[in-house]
Unconditional design. Structure first.
Length: 344
């Protein structure tokens, strides 16, 4: 049964966030059409918007203080990281040996601790980001809750200033520089704040689904237009202004996905299951799909895209089962096997 208290728009945003982020890393699978491997920035905006939204559905205060609040956040992430370490040895590396003849890649990542931690400033950069963002969002939500709009504006201005006072190489790309840290790790917090404003009920509107759809398309077009136009050394400064239409992508997507069309899809039993399963595997899918994507099936394009996406979801599901098992192992309650193997 679908719970009425769930925000349908958030579930659907998570679903699209997973697909878009995965697609942006699928260039190896697109053969002659690598430009189709895009959408990661849109997916990141949706992901951080959803994170801020869900955190602000209830007040930060009265939850046992920061340490207990942060512990609950860690309880979702740390077991998954430990499970990923085990899963890499037990499943991913053996699969790479069998299918691709590449058995050393992931094993070496974990044996060499420097390489292991590099995963979380490169492929898994968002984990480091969100762990830091949790600290900041708790502080702002507890002590400056009534001033989030002003804080968002101030934060955006500071990001702009940071961008202009920082030197950039001729080939600089604002959205593909995560391993370099700096502004790339800082800017996504704006969309978490935007989600927090929506989750706290301060961004309500009555715009129709049609209007929301048009505004989402317009925001995406403006983003890509500015981004593509700025891909020359003398126009790099324009990249930072492409952050503006991404606010529209986050907010209007949430409004669109709460509209009647997507509500009908969500209430359909098949549509509901697909959305909840894929959206619920967000963290796990992000961790494993890098090791699943390959070019061995490119001769059956575009079927290879579907096959390897599904393979990623299957691996992500088993990773989550292992993470839930680990999480339950470290509490004093009996194992809840139904919860461990639940698909969502």
């Amino acid at each position: 049964m679908i719970l009425q208290k769930r925000d349908i728009g958030i579930d659907i945003m998570k679903f699209f966030a997973v697909l878009l982020i995965m697609n942006s890393h699928a260039d190896i699978m697109y053969a002659k059409y690598p430009s189709l491997a895009t959408g990661g920035t849109i997916g990141n905006v949706m992901f951080f918007f959803c994170s801020g939204f869900t955190l602000f559905l209830k007040p930060m205060t009265g939850l046992g203080g920061f340490t207990d609040w942060y512990k609950r956040r860690l309880n979702r992430i740390l077991p998954t990281l430990l499970a990923f370490l085990i899963f890499g040895f037990a499943v991913i590396s053996p699969c790479r040996v069998f299918f691709f003849g590449e058995g050393d890649v992931l094993i070496n990542d974990f044996i060499d601790f420097k390489s292991f931690f590099h995963i979380f400033v490169d492929n898994g950069w968002f984990i480091t980001c969100i762990l830091a963002y949790y600290v900041l969002i708790y502080f702002l939500g507890s002590y400056f809750n009534k001033h989030l709009t002003i804080l968002l504006i101030v934060y955006f201005v500071l990001v702009i200033v940071w961008f202009f006072v920082t030197p950039h190489p001729a080939n600089y790309d604002l959205y593909n520089n995560h391993a370099g840290g700096g502004i790339t790790w800082i800017m996504w917090f704006m969309y978490m704040l935007l989600g927090a404003l929506a989750g706290s009920g301060r961004l309500k509107s009555n715009i129709s689904s049609v209007t929301s759809f048009v505004l989402v398309l317009l925001s995406i077009a403006l983003f890509y237009g500015l981004y593509i136009y700025s891909k020359t050394p003398n126009r790099i400064w324009l990249q930072v202004f492409s952050l503006i239409p991404l606010f529209g992508v986050g907010y209007f997507s949430h409004r669109l996905f709460n509209g009647q069309l997507f509500r009908r899809i969500y209430k359909n039993s098949v549509g509901h299951a697909i959305i909840r399963v894929i959206g619920g595997l967000c963290l796990e899918t992000y961790l494993v799909h890098f090791y699943v994507f390959n070019d061995l099936l490119n001769n059956i394009f575009p079927a290879n895209i579907v096959i390897l996406f599904v393979a990623s979801f299957i691996m992500a599901y088993f990773l989550r089962c292992l993470a839930r098992f680990i999480s339950q192992t470290f509490n004093d309650k009996p194992y809840d096997w139904k919860s461990i193997f639940s698909v969502y």
